[in-house]
Design a protein around this ligand. Structure first.
Ligand SMILES: C[S@@+](CC[C@H](N)C(=O)[O-])C[C@H]1O[C@@H](n2cnc3c(N)ncnc32)[C@H](O)[C@@H]1O
Length: 237
Protein backbone atom coordinates (compact mmCIF):
# COMPACT_ATOMS: atom_id res chain seq x y z
CA UNK A 1 0.00 0.00 0.00
CA UNK A 2 1.50 3.33 -1.09
CA UNK A 3 -1.05 5.51 0.68
CA UNK A 4 -1.98 6.89 -2.74
CA UNK A 5 -5.01 4.66 -3.36
CA UNK A 6 -7.36 7.46 -2.33
CA UNK A 7 -7.08 11.23 -2.53
CA UNK A 8 -5.86 12.88 0.67
CA UNK A 9 -6.52 16.58 1.14
CA UNK A 10 -4.69 18.86 3.57
CA UNK A 11 -4.68 22.66 3.28
CA UNK A 12 -1.73 23.91 1.23
CA UNK A 13 0.59 26.45 2.90
CA UNK A 14 0.55 28.85 -0.08
CA UNK A 15 -3.22 29.23 0.21
CA UNK A 16 -2.79 30.60 3.75
CA UNK A 17 -0.08 33.17 2.94
CA UNK A 18 -0.61 36.82 1.98
CA UNK A 19 0.10 37.52 -1.70
CA UNK A 20 3.11 39.70 -0.83
CA UNK A 21 4.59 37.33 1.77
CA UNK A 22 8.19 36.61 0.66
CA UNK A 23 7.61 32.85 1.11
CA UNK A 24 4.55 33.09 -1.17
CA UNK A 25 6.46 35.08 -3.79
CA UNK A 26 9.24 32.49 -3.77
CA UNK A 27 6.71 29.63 -3.94
CA UNK A 28 5.03 31.18 -7.01
CA UNK A 29 8.45 31.42 -8.67
CA UNK A 30 8.99 27.74 -7.83
CA UNK A 31 5.59 26.95 -9.33
CA UNK A 32 6.71 28.39 -12.66
CA UNK A 33 9.69 26.02 -12.65
CA UNK A 34 7.50 23.10 -11.64
CA UNK A 35 5.09 23.89 -14.49
CA UNK A 36 8.10 23.83 -16.83
CA UNK A 37 9.41 20.53 -15.41
CA UNK A 38 5.94 18.97 -15.76
CA UNK A 39 5.53 20.33 -19.34
CA UNK A 40 2.16 21.73 -18.27
CA UNK A 41 2.14 24.46 -20.93
CA UNK A 42 2.79 22.01 -23.74
CA UNK A 43 0.19 19.62 -22.34
CA UNK A 44 -2.49 22.33 -22.11
CA UNK A 45 -1.69 23.72 -25.57
CA UNK A 46 -2.02 20.27 -27.12
CA UNK A 47 -5.38 19.74 -25.38
CA UNK A 48 -6.63 23.10 -26.67
CA UNK A 49 -5.52 22.26 -30.22
CA UNK A 50 -7.21 18.88 -30.07
CA UNK A 51 -10.50 19.79 -28.42
CA UNK A 52 -11.25 23.43 -29.31
CA UNK A 53 -12.08 23.15 -32.99
CA UNK A 54 -12.46 26.83 -33.89
CA UNK A 55 -10.46 29.80 -32.59
CA UNK A 56 -12.23 30.77 -29.35
CA UNK A 57 -13.44 34.29 -28.64
CA UNK A 58 -13.45 34.03 -24.83
CA UNK A 59 -11.57 31.73 -22.45
CA UNK A 60 -11.89 31.57 -18.65
CA UNK A 61 -8.81 30.42 -16.73
CA UNK A 62 -9.73 29.50 -13.14
CA UNK A 63 -7.07 29.54 -10.40
CA UNK A 64 -4.83 31.52 -12.75
CA UNK A 65 -2.24 32.44 -10.10
CA UNK A 66 0.22 35.01 -11.44
CA UNK A 67 -0.98 34.35 -15.02
CA UNK A 68 2.45 33.25 -16.27
CA UNK A 69 1.21 29.76 -17.07
CA UNK A 70 -1.54 31.10 -19.33
CA UNK A 71 0.88 33.59 -20.91
CA UNK A 72 3.10 30.67 -21.92
CA UNK A 73 0.04 28.85 -23.31
CA UNK A 74 -1.02 31.99 -25.22
CA UNK A 75 2.45 32.23 -26.76
CA UNK A 76 2.02 28.71 -28.13
CA UNK A 77 -1.52 29.34 -29.41
CA UNK A 78 -1.42 32.89 -30.74
CA UNK A 79 -0.42 31.83 -34.26
CA UNK A 80 -3.71 29.94 -34.70
CA UNK A 81 -5.77 31.97 -32.23
CA UNK A 82 -5.40 35.74 -32.59
CA UNK A 83 -7.34 38.23 -30.47
CA UNK A 84 -8.64 35.97 -27.67
CA UNK A 85 -10.37 37.58 -24.68
CA UNK A 86 -8.99 35.89 -21.59
CA UNK A 87 -10.56 36.18 -18.14
CA UNK A 88 -8.12 35.07 -15.43
CA UNK A 89 -9.77 34.38 -12.10
CA UNK A 90 -7.97 33.77 -8.83
CA UNK A 91 -8.74 34.37 -5.17
CA UNK A 92 -5.54 36.44 -5.07
CA UNK A 93 -5.05 39.51 -7.27
CA UNK A 94 -1.71 38.82 -8.96
CA UNK A 95 -2.18 40.29 -12.44
CA UNK A 96 0.47 42.96 -12.99
CA UNK A 97 0.74 45.76 -15.55
CA UNK A 98 3.73 43.94 -17.02
CA UNK A 99 1.67 40.78 -17.57
CA UNK A 100 -1.10 42.81 -19.24
CA UNK A 101 1.56 44.35 -21.50
CA UNK A 102 2.86 40.87 -22.40
CA UNK A 103 -0.66 39.77 -23.39
CA UNK A 104 -1.28 43.07 -25.25
CA UNK A 105 1.80 42.42 -27.38
CA UNK A 106 0.28 39.06 -28.34
CA UNK A 107 -3.00 40.77 -29.21
CA UNK A 108 -4.90 38.99 -26.41
CA UNK A 109 -7.11 41.07 -24.07
CA UNK A 110 -6.86 40.14 -20.40
CA UNK A 111 -9.32 40.74 -17.60
CA UNK A 112 -8.21 39.80 -14.08
CA UNK A 113 -10.89 38.81 -11.57
CA UNK A 114 -9.90 38.53 -7.91
CA UNK A 115 -12.60 36.33 -6.38
CA UNK A 116 -13.40 32.96 -4.92
CA UNK A 117 -14.56 30.86 -7.86
CA UNK A 118 -17.67 29.54 -6.09
CA UNK A 119 -19.00 32.98 -5.12
CA UNK A 120 -18.07 34.48 -8.50
CA UNK A 121 -19.79 31.70 -10.48
CA UNK A 122 -23.00 32.05 -8.51
CA UNK A 123 -23.04 35.84 -9.03
CA UNK A 124 -22.25 35.54 -12.76
CA UNK A 125 -24.70 32.87 -13.83
CA UNK A 126 -25.18 34.28 -17.33
CA UNK A 127 -21.50 34.75 -18.22
CA UNK A 128 -20.42 32.45 -21.05
CA UNK A 129 -17.06 31.34 -22.48
CA UNK A 130 -15.91 29.13 -25.35
CA UNK A 131 -13.69 27.09 -23.01
CA UNK A 132 -12.62 26.96 -19.36
CA UNK A 133 -9.06 25.96 -18.49
CA UNK A 134 -7.53 25.02 -15.14
CA UNK A 135 -3.94 24.16 -14.29
CA UNK A 136 -2.93 22.63 -10.93
CA UNK A 137 -6.23 23.81 -9.47
CA UNK A 138 -8.84 21.04 -9.15
CA UNK A 139 -6.73 19.09 -6.67
CA UNK A 140 -7.43 21.80 -4.06
CA UNK A 141 -10.96 20.48 -3.62
CA UNK A 142 -12.51 17.33 -2.23
CA UNK A 143 -14.88 15.32 -4.40
CA UNK A 144 -18.06 16.96 -3.07
CA UNK A 145 -16.57 20.42 -3.72
CA UNK A 146 -15.53 19.34 -7.21
CA UNK A 147 -19.08 18.26 -8.03
CA UNK A 148 -20.28 21.68 -6.81
CA UNK A 149 -17.56 23.41 -8.86
CA UNK A 150 -18.38 21.37 -11.97
CA UNK A 151 -22.09 22.13 -11.60
CA UNK A 152 -21.25 25.83 -11.60
CA UNK A 153 -18.70 25.65 -14.45
CA UNK A 154 -20.44 23.29 -16.89
CA UNK A 155 -23.22 25.75 -17.87
CA UNK A 156 -20.62 28.44 -18.59
CA UNK A 157 -18.76 26.80 -21.46
CA UNK A 158 -18.99 23.82 -23.82
CA UNK A 159 -15.63 22.50 -22.57
CA UNK A 160 -13.54 22.28 -19.41
CA UNK A 161 -9.87 21.36 -19.87
CA UNK A 162 -7.71 20.50 -16.87
CA UNK A 163 -4.04 19.65 -16.28
CA UNK A 164 -3.53 18.37 -12.73
CA UNK A 165 -1.01 16.38 -10.71
CA UNK A 166 -1.01 12.65 -11.22
CA UNK A 167 -1.34 10.72 -7.92
CA UNK A 168 1.52 8.28 -8.40
CA UNK A 169 4.56 7.03 -6.49
CA UNK A 170 6.79 8.48 -9.21
CA UNK A 171 5.30 11.96 -8.86
CA UNK A 172 5.56 11.79 -5.07
CA UNK A 173 9.19 10.64 -5.29
CA UNK A 174 9.94 13.53 -7.66
CA UNK A 175 8.72 16.05 -5.07
CA UNK A 176 11.56 14.85 -2.79
CA UNK A 177 14.02 16.15 -5.39
CA UNK A 178 12.65 19.70 -5.24
CA UNK A 179 15.44 20.95 -2.91
CA UNK A 180 17.74 20.39 -5.91
CA UNK A 181 16.03 23.25 -7.77
CA UNK A 182 16.14 25.44 -4.66
CA UNK A 183 12.41 25.11 -3.90
CA UNK A 184 11.39 26.63 -0.57
CA UNK A 185 9.60 24.93 2.34
CA UNK A 186 6.17 26.03 1.07
CA UNK A 187 6.75 24.47 -2.35
CA UNK A 188 8.20 21.27 -0.93
CA UNK A 189 5.20 20.79 1.35
CA UNK A 190 2.55 21.85 -1.17
CA UNK A 191 3.99 19.83 -4.07
CA UNK A 192 3.84 16.58 -2.08
CA UNK A 193 0.40 17.53 -0.81
CA UNK A 194 -0.75 18.25 -4.37
CA UNK A 195 0.32 14.78 -5.51
CA UNK A 196 -1.57 13.13 -2.62
CA UNK A 197 -4.66 15.19 -3.57
CA UNK A 198 -4.11 14.60 -7.30
CA UNK A 199 -5.96 12.25 -9.62
CA UNK A 200 -5.70 8.87 -11.30
CA UNK A 201 -7.84 6.60 -13.43
CA UNK A 202 -11.18 8.12 -14.38
CA UNK A 203 -11.88 9.92 -11.10
CA UNK A 204 -12.65 13.29 -12.67
CA UNK A 205 -14.83 11.70 -15.35
CA UNK A 206 -17.01 10.19 -12.62
CA UNK A 207 -17.42 13.57 -10.93
CA UNK A 208 -18.13 15.28 -14.27
CA UNK A 209 -20.82 12.67 -15.05
CA UNK A 210 -22.43 13.50 -11.69
CA UNK A 211 -23.35 16.91 -13.18
CA UNK A 212 -24.56 15.28 -16.41
CA UNK A 213 -21.43 16.26 -18.30
CA UNK A 214 -19.80 14.12 -20.96
CA UNK A 215 -16.15 13.21 -20.28
CA UNK A 216 -14.09 13.34 -23.50
CA UNK A 217 -10.64 12.34 -22.25
CA UNK A 218 -8.95 11.53 -18.97
CA UNK A 219 -5.48 10.03 -18.66
CA UNK A 220 -1.98 10.39 -17.38
CA UNK A 221 0.12 12.82 -19.44
CA UNK A 222 3.90 12.96 -19.34
CA UNK A 223 5.56 11.70 -16.16
CA UNK A 224 3.71 13.68 -13.53
CA UNK A 225 0.46 15.05 -14.95
CA UNK A 226 -3.14 13.92 -15.21
CA UNK A 227 -5.41 15.52 -17.79
CA UNK A 228 -9.16 15.75 -18.03
CA UNK A 229 -11.42 17.21 -20.72
CA UNK A 230 -15.17 17.33 -20.27
CA UNK A 231 -17.97 18.58 -22.50
CA UNK A 232 -21.08 20.14 -21.03
CA UNK A 233 -24.39 18.32 -21.38
CA UNK A 234 -26.02 18.99 -24.71
CA UNK A 235 -22.96 20.72 -26.15
CA UNK A 236 -21.25 19.35 -29.20
CA UNK A 237 -17.79 20.96 -29.09
C1 LIG B 1 -1.25 25.71 -7.34
S1 LIG B 1 -1.79 27.31 -7.77
C2 LIG B 1 -1.77 27.24 -9.56
C3 LIG B 1 -1.73 28.60 -10.18
C4 LIG B 1 -1.64 28.61 -11.71
N1 LIG B 1 -2.72 27.87 -12.32
C5 LIG B 1 -0.30 28.10 -12.17
O1 LIG B 1 -0.23 27.04 -12.76
O2 LIG B 1 0.71 28.79 -11.93
C6 LIG B 1 -3.53 27.25 -7.42
C7 LIG B 1 -4.21 28.60 -7.50
O3 LIG B 1 -5.60 28.45 -7.20
C8 LIG B 1 -6.04 29.57 -6.47
N2 LIG B 1 -7.26 29.19 -5.74
C9 LIG B 1 -7.38 28.23 -4.78
N3 LIG B 1 -8.65 28.15 -4.36
C10 LIG B 1 -9.35 29.07 -5.08
C11 LIG B 1 -10.73 29.46 -5.11
N4 LIG B 1 -11.64 28.88 -4.30
N5 LIG B 1 -11.12 30.42 -5.99
C12 LIG B 1 -10.21 31.01 -6.80
N6 LIG B 1 -8.89 30.68 -6.81
C13 LIG B 1 -8.47 29.73 -5.96
C14 LIG B 1 -4.86 29.92 -5.58
O4 LIG B 1 -4.89 31.27 -5.14
C15 LIG B 1 -3.67 29.64 -6.51
O5 LIG B 1 -3.25 30.79 -7.20
Amino acid sequence: MSGLEHRQLEPEILDGLAADDPRALAARRDLRRINALMFQTKIMASLLRKFVPRPPRRILEVGAGDGKFMLAVARRMVGQWPGVELVMLDRVDLITAQLRGDFDRLGWAVEGVAADVFGWARKNEDTRFDAITVNLFLHHFDDAELVRLFSLMAPKAPLLLAAEPSRTKLALAATRLLPAIGANDVTRNDAAQSVRAGFRGSELSGLWRAVNGKPLEERRAGLFSHIFVGASAGDDP
